[in-house]
Design a protein around this ligand. Structure first.
Ligand SMILES: Nc1ncnc2c1ncn2[C@@H]1O[C@H](COP(=O)(O)OP(=O)(O)O)[C@@H](O)[C@H]1O
Ligand SMILES: [Mg+2]
Length: 388
């Protein structure tokens, strides 16, 4: 026990106290989110910079405990590669077409990968996406649990709903391209510099959408549950605006000289296929990856990476007490440690079979040596540029 205790040190980081393995040095705060607090550190064993998440009060109630368990089981880590910024920060920058399309390409690859693990995210948002200066990108979470209805809410926190698709807001069925809507919102925000649909609640959110995109068709309305349909049909009718008005030329960076697809008209074409209220008419993930604004980066191996282990959805349905969740998390940690040990023993061998469901999957392309990244990195890093 005391021997184990010796491996740890306690440090104050911001308002938080971390008791952590001594291998992690030089802790400094970098972010906080719905669940906790993230700091950067140096891992003296691997000699790499890492990000470490501390869940705040994971056992305060059953919802938090379940979420902690889900996060741990899915992500398999609370320590990960250190990235440079989250996407909220990057959206504020004046990105050229190369960077913008490359970031979107990676989001789409990550989403496709999640889908291939049987996970449809439904709640992608910029604060849960992180990027490095070389424009590589990772998705940090796995979205809404399947059992989460639209009324699902983490108790004391205000959750961002701006990026949620109409079918989520309206409580309809959904399919993979529900995640395309979020990508469309993010892309639109990159171009405008403002949130596309900043609703204060579900109702206001829906208003913001129809004011800009127009009231959806009668045929769409017919697919709504009666009460929702009644509400939606009784809203004032809006025609919406053409995409040339929603995204005028002046908002775009200048056309790329290298890639003919990377120009304002193509970006707008992609936006008008993603920001479509009716999922039946919205572009699919595969087609978005083939779109001329995106497919300049298309790399067969990245797009069709080996599918990860299938996500066990029964996790979402389980009900336990806080004490039971604690026990389950403890068991996961022990299992993880012995797995690490095994991997250590047969270097890389066991690794592939047991690779955690999606831990590297939500991250797409860390391969900075691939040609795609190089061409975007050569003029230094993603630099903030505030002239919009
Ligand atoms: N690997 C990382 N590299 C850099 N920053 C990170 C990393 N992981 C998280 N962050 C920062 O911490 C914030 C919160 O992380 P997140 O995993 O979303 O926590 P939560 O689950 O509490 O929402 C992110 O928005 C980002 O700014
Ligand atoms: Mg978060």
């Amino acid at each position: 026990m005391s021997q184990q205790a010796n491996q740890f040190h306690t440090v104050e980081v911001g308002d938080s106290t971390f008791t952590i393995l001594k291998r992690y040095e030089n802790l400094r705060p970098i972010g906080s989110g719905a669940q906790g607090f993230v700091c950067a550190a140096y891992d003296s064993i691997t000699e790499q910079n890492v990000a470490i998440k501390k869940l705040s009060r994971p056992f305060q109630n059953v919802t938090h405990a379940k979420r902690a368990y889900r996060e741990f089981v899915l992500m398999k880590y609370l320590v990960m590669e250190l990235m440079d910024a989250n996407l909220c920060q990057v959206i504020q920058m004046d990105l050229d077409h190369e960077r913008m399309s490359y970031l979107l390409y990676q989001m789409l690859c990550g989403i496709k990968h999640l889908h291939s693990a049987g996970i449809i995210h439904r709640d992608l948002k910029p604060s849960n996406i992180v990027v490095k200066a070389d424009c590589t990108l990772k998705i940090l979470d796995f979205g809404l649990a399947r059992t989460a209805g639209t009324s699902f809410m983490m108790t004391p926190y205000v959750v961002t709903r701006y990026y949620r698709a109409p079918e989520v807001i309206l409580g309809m069925g959904y399919k993979e391209n529900v995640d395309i809507w979020s990508v469309g919102c993010i892309m639109g925000e990159m171009i405008r510099g403002n949130v596309m649909f900043p609703g204060t609640d579900h109702i206001d959110q829906w208003n913001k959408i129809i004011e800009q995109l127009g009231t959806p068709s009668r045929e769409f309305m017919q697919r709504l549950q009666p009460t929702v349909r009644n509400y939606v049909e009784n809203r004032p009718r809006y025609n919406g605006y053409p995409f040339e008005k929603l995204f005028p030329d002046v908002l775009f960076p200048s056309d790329s000289r290298e890639h003919s697809g990377l120009k304002a008209s193509m970006a707008r074409d992609l936006l008008c296929r993603m920001l479509v209220i009716d999922p039946e008419r919205r572009i699919s993930v595969d087609d978005a990856l083939m779109h001329p604004y995106i497919n300049v980066w298309y790399d067969q191996e990245e797009v069709n990476g080996p599918p990860p282990a299938q996500y066990d959805h029964s996790v979402d349905e389980r009900e336990h007490s806080v004490e039971q969740w604690k026990e389950l998390i403890y068991k996961e940690v022990i299992a993880y440690e012995s797995l690490e040990q095994q991997q250590h023993n047969h270097v890389g061998n066991a690794m592939h079979n047991h690779s955690p469901a999606c831990s590297s999957s939500a991250s797409t392309s860390n391969d900075t040596s691939s040609g795609t990244t190089d061409s975007i990195t050569n003029d230094s890093s993603v630099q903030p540029n505030h002239h919009r």
